[in-house]
Each structure stands twice: as structure tokens, then as C-alpha cells.
Design a protein around this ligand. Sequence first.
Ligand SMILES: [Zn+2]
Length: 386
Amino acid sequence: MQRCINCLYYENHPFGITFKNGICSGCITHKEKYSLDWLTAENQLLELIDHKTKNNKSTYDCVIPVKGDAEDYFVVSKILKYNLKPLIIVINNYFLNEIGWYNIHNLITHFDVDSIIYNPDIDIYKEMVRTTLRKYENLYIPSHILYTSFPVHTAINKKIPLIIWGQLQSVEQTGKFSHYDKVEMSRWNRREHDLLGLELDEILGTGAQINQLKVDFYNYPHSSELKNVLGIYLSNYFLWDPLKQNNSTLKYGFKPQNNTNSFDVYERSGCSVYYKLHDLLKLKKYNYKKVTDQLVREIRHNRIELNDANRINNQYLKEEVYIDDFFEWLGVTKTGMDWFIKHKLTNYSHLIGKDNNNIKNTINIGNFLKKGEISKHSYLKYYKGI
Ligand SMILES: [Zn+2]
């Protein structure tokens, strides 16, 4: 299998990757960051915002979907500097621990912004998770579906003209598009990069015990409803440097989290499953983990050498993950979990750990890393009326 001579990516990256003289499209697109005129790009952004909001009659200028990540803090701080009035949309994917919820509440109160927290029907949501885990060995699809559709429905319903997203991963990771293309939000983009190339009815298909009438917000709006709403990605308009940006959000009170499977304490801080079963399934399918994406990013930003990154990556690929709490949350018995390990994680059972917080020493990169918090309450319950 072909591997980039500059970074750690192989040709099987799920977003799609191409090679030129041994260098991957992600590394080639990354180089644009150093030749692009970012001042002009920011002016283009300001013109676009002005054009979309000048006749706006809604209370809000834009919707900002958030997960409680450091990136959300960065996006909100940027947008507020332009004197825009955002509506923050939080999708409760039921995976957050106490650090994740703290980061969401702190974001809303620190920046003093209006917000909507959407708590999807928990039984339907869990059935979706069970279904996608069984069919695609992916537990994150239902969360991606809602995160990429509910904010769009909200913008349409409230007649808010803009949706502001942070990074466009298909540009940042594999360079599928150029920064110059200024790719916008679309149903196609969502299907290709968030939903494994699938639409909702294919995902549910047969076998899911779900009433189709109850999944309204999981469906992407029809294109006729979308004509007045524009979704843009800020990473097309700034020299996007996640580690540096995320580090800068500590001043707003963002709490990083230490975890066993990555040095990056910012990205997906507060999530109970991302660096655990989700990562293990990614390793099984694509032979890499989230930390691989993060090391590739650091190689490209010249903060780590390829050889060191490769060595650290190999260490993390051998790291154990704790999965008991996920199956407990899903309501699966010990026998069910054992069946899943035996049949779905056949060659990976040695990577299933018994300790939730066995944090080893980690690396430091360009002084942008700080010691994170340790989570004590996975899958913190936050439902309607609580
Ligand atoms: Zn590369």
C-alpha cells in the first residue's frame, strides 16, 4: 500500500487521497497555507458575511454548531470580533463526560451567547448507534448525522442566513479540495465525508427498529429549503493551525483532557468514546487512529520530524482502550460485549484495557500542550428536564 513520503498517511484514507511524486494530496494542499494571501481571504470572508447579513431580519446573523471542542471556542471568538450575533447550537450526542459539559456551559457563559441544546430522543438515538455499530462498525454516525443536519434545520426555520463551521476536514487532512476552492457546506460533502458515502435511508435500511416519522432532524433539508442559507468553513479563510489555536482558548477557560490514546489534549476533550472504542474500530478498518491525523498535522506544521512522529504513532497504535463503559451506556450485557469482542474485534482483543485512565507520559510539541484534566464521569447524563 502506498504511503506518503512526507507524512504518515496511506492510500486507504477514508476521505480519499491521491499522490504526486510520492507526496500525498494533503501535504500538497497544506503548502498552500504558506503561499495564499490570507489578508485577501479574510476580506473575502467579510464581504461574504456582509452580503449575506445586510438584509437579515432574524435576531441572529449566524448559527454556530458546537461540540464543546476547543475549536468551537476559537470559532466563536473570531465571529464575535466581527460584531455578529450568533446562535450556538449544541447537539447532545450523549457521549460527553463532565469535562465536555463544563466546556459547553463555560463557552456559552464566557462569551455570553444565546444557545439551543438539542437532546434527541435517547431510545431512538441508542437504536441508531446499535444499528450503525452492527452494520458499519461505526458508533459515531448518528452523532455526525445530527451535527450536520439539526443546525441546518434551525437556520432554515429561524431564517438565519449563515452557518459557520470550523475546519473542513477533507481539505485539512487529505487535501481533497484546494483552499482556493472555498468549498461550502453541501449534502454531498456531508454524505461523502461524515456519513461514509451513505444517505439516512440506506443507513437505517432494514433491521433498525426506528419509526421513520421520528427521525425528522436526522434528514438533511431539501435543496429548495436551502437556497437562503449558506454554510461556510473558517479554515478556508485563515491559516488554520489547530494546535496553536486550541492552545489559545485556554484563556477563555477551556479545559483540556488527558487521555490514553493521544498527546492532543484539546481535540475531542470531554468525549467518553472518541479515543476509545471509536479509535479501536478505526484502527481495525483503516490501520490508524485519531493520533495519526494529529501527528500528520504536526509534521506539516513543522513541529515534529517524520521519524519521531512515526515512532510515537507506533507507540499509540499499541495502546490499550477501555470500552466497558460504552457497552454499559448502550445497555449491552457483559455476554453481549464479549460476543462483540470475539466476533468484531477478533485480532484486537489484546488492545482492550481494564483501566479507564491509565495515562502514560506524553510528548510536548512546540510548547502548545498543557496538562489536561482526568475525567471521572463518563457519559454524564444530561437529558430533558435534568
Ligand atoms: Zn502526506
